[in-house]
Design a protein around this ligand. Sequence first.
Ligand code: FMN
Length: 169
Amino acid sequence: MYKDVDFFEYSKEILNQIERGAFLTVKHGEKVNTMTIGWGSLGSIWHKPIFIVLVRGSRYTYELIENAEDFTVSFPLKGQLEEELVACGTKSGRDIDKLKEFNIKIREGVLVKTPIIDDCDLHLECRIIYKQFMDENKLSDEWIKQTFYNKGDYHYVYYGEILKSYMKE
Ligand SMILES: Cc1cc2nc3c(=O)[nH]c(=O)nc-3n(C[C@H](O)[C@H](O)[C@H](O)COP(=O)(O)O)c2cc1C
């Protein structure tokens, strides 16, 4: 039902989908939450495959990921879960249990504590190995500042080592 894939082979699908939306899921203790992300970066750092996510400090996800060891990113590549992407990108896990409310099925992670969003096609299991807070003084692009940070709420950046990538068959 699931097969391991080489994420480099699927880099085109991953990068095409990310701006359309993917699910960033995090578990801390017994709390599980997922939110839509539209930005992310796939690359090779420290001789390791890395996926980078950006989470604003105002997100409930931030509260969880700051204390978590890992996260998963699940990509719906066939246009499914469109409504769920909108819902998880507009509602906060602080107010509702999004998984329950929107009937989103999860499945246990294989190598990480965080589950995956089961109805997606491609999944990355990532271990957080580095994190940093964006320093506004080091952001040189005025357009980015005005467009994305006119109210502050800068992103925390999490570097996840991709431990496992797999597809639903
Ligand atoms: C298409 C789309 C992409 C988004 N990308 C991001 C992102 O990369 N980082 C981020 O912090 N918020 C992003 N958001 C906003 C969060 O998904 C949204 O604020 C969500 O309600 C946060 O949920 P939480 O409070 O449960 O963490 C995006 C929203 C949408 C609709």
